[in-house]
Write a protein that binds this ligand. Structure first.
Ligand SMILES: Cc1ncc(COP(=O)(O)O)c(C=O)c1O
Length: 455
């Protein structure tokens, strides 16, 4: 009996698919076609370089031409265990074959244990799962308002004001964008949620002037991320805590970018002795899958009753299993200590470079959230870094932001510093490509940094 021969076409298709997966030359698609399709059919919200990334492994990503990039952006603070971490891959495969989604109308095996771990880490009591950071912020604002309404007797319903900080970023949905400071994010969408007022970051006098009994919540990023890696001072935090307690308002810490290990602590606020009432998290929570959460103490959490808030997707079994694995890996591998050590090494390396390149005004941050404040435009440096196989990001036009995975090694840091130095050398060689001063004297730089720290 004649055996059927494998059709040559099928073999070719298989190897083409493999090419896409490995990102090697000869991938089944043409990057130019992909880019053209995006240009034609996507809404015009991002300026992207002409590169198509096809895969990642550890702290590296690879484009469709097989070029390797060292990833010091980590999907904007998301890929905390790098790419294709074997323990995450294993859990996601297992759960995908069981149940990707059930419904929040029923129990699933992972929400409870995940909430329990988040409670243990944060010292807060209850959790609500969301799909993103901005949605966690929306829920946190609703929770604070619901609490205030619950307390309101007769005319006391005026307790609706929300304080946020200048230079903040909390997301893109209406509530979140209403408490986000830069006008470019807010003004095109006005009118926004009413009742929001901004306080100068770390300015206690301004805080005291604006805080009274009509405030239901104050929202603070413990370290302002998108704003350029500016930490909240102890003095400011303590005053916020005291005023929120005095006026029965919620202190909401937005730890979406700086929380869940990024600073070398479970939460950035844990460097202070006091706790917020409500905490929002997202980005790295499920190792790259979209998951956020609102954590709250019993007092505030009790304001949500069945039916008052909800979500279709948030907290599905697959995604919660991945998140549980992510948090377990952090604990089992002692990653917090590693984050502190690698972070200190990375920062020391950049500070050494700052001595050589006077256009580095200041280096800020803790653990693996680091801002490199420049006196020149940072955009061309990001492009130069890309050419040299390095992924970094620039915020506020002149602050380079580094958010590498928690698993970076000494070798990765050495490689980063080598490539970054080459980027800085190139910036010095081509002053015409930059607006701003390449040669700001250090004394001026210190004054500028002091000024920036008061923002
Ligand atoms: C501090 C902070 N809050 C909220 C958000 C919004 O999160 P998402 O983009 O997941 O909606 C971000 C995103 O960058 C953030 O950095």
């Amino acid at each position: 009996m004649a055996t059927k021969k494998k059709p040559a076409k099928k073999t070719a298709r298989k190897s083409a698919a493999r090419a896409v997966r490995t990102g090697s030359r000869g991938a089944a698609f043409s990057p130019a076609t992909v880019i053209a399709a995006e240009a034609r059919h996507l809404m015009n919200t991002y300026k992207r370089p002409d590169i198509v990334f096809t895969r990642g492994r550890g702290c590296h990503v690879y484009d469709s031409e097989g070029r390797e990039y060292l990833d010091f952006l980590g999907g904007i603070a998301v890929n905390a265990l790098g790419h294709a971490h074997p323990r995450l891959v294993k859990v996601i495969r297992r759960e995908a074959a069981r149940a990707i989604h059930l419904s929040n109308l029923f129990h699933n095996p992972y929400q409870g244990p995940l909430a329990e771990k988040l409670s243990k880490w944060s010292g807060l009591d209850r959790v609500f799962f969301t799909n993103s950071g901005t949605e966690a912020i929306e829920g946190a604002l609703k929770l604070a308002r619901a609490y205030a309404h619950g307390k309101a007797q007769g005319g006391a319903a005026k307790k609706t004001r929300i304080l946020a900080l200048e230079n903040s970023f909390h997301g893109r949905t209406f509530g979140a964008v209403s408490i986000t400071y830069p006008a470019k994010y807010r003004e095109p969408f006005e009118p926004l949620v009413p009742g929001v007022e901004f306080v100068r970051c770390n300015d206690v006098a301004d805080l005291e002037a604006k805080f009274d009994d009509t405030v239901c919540a104050i929202v603070i990023e413990t370290i302002q991320g998108e704003g350029g890696v500016f930490p909240i001072t102890l003095e400011f935090w303590e005053r916020v805590r005291a005023l929120a307690s005095k006026h029965d308002a919620a202190l909401i810490a937005d730890e979406i970018q700086c929380g869940l290990g990024r600073t070398g602590r479970y939460f950035a606020y844990q460097k202070f002795d006091t706790r917020p009432d409500i905490v929002t998290v997202a980005k790295p929570l499920a190792g790259g899958l979209p998951l956020g959460a609102i954590l709250a103490n019993e007092q505030f959490a009790a304001a949500f009753k069945p039916g008052l808030h909800g979500t279709t997707f948030g907290g599905g079994p697959l995604i919660c299993a991945a998140a549980l694995e992510f948090l377990t890996v952090i604990e089992e591998k002692g990653l917090l200590e590693q984050i502190r050590e690698r972070g200190a090494e990375l920062r020391a390396g950049i500070e050494t470079l700052a001595e050589m390149f006077p256009f580095i005004r200041e280096v800020r941050g803790e653990g693996l959230i680091i801002g490199v404040d420049l006196t020149i435009d940072g955009g061309p440096l990001v492009q130069e870094a890309l050419k040299r196989g390095l992924l970094i990001n620039c915020t506020h036009e002149h602050i380079l932001r580094l958010l590498p995975p928690y698993i970076i090694t000494r070798r990765d840091i050495a490689e980063f510093l080598k490539r970054f130095e080459a980027v800085l050398v190139q910036a010095r060689k081509t002053p015409g490509a930059h607006s701003g001063s390449l040669e700001q004297p250090k004394a001026d730089a210190k004054a500028a940094a002091a000024l920036a720290a008061t923002r």
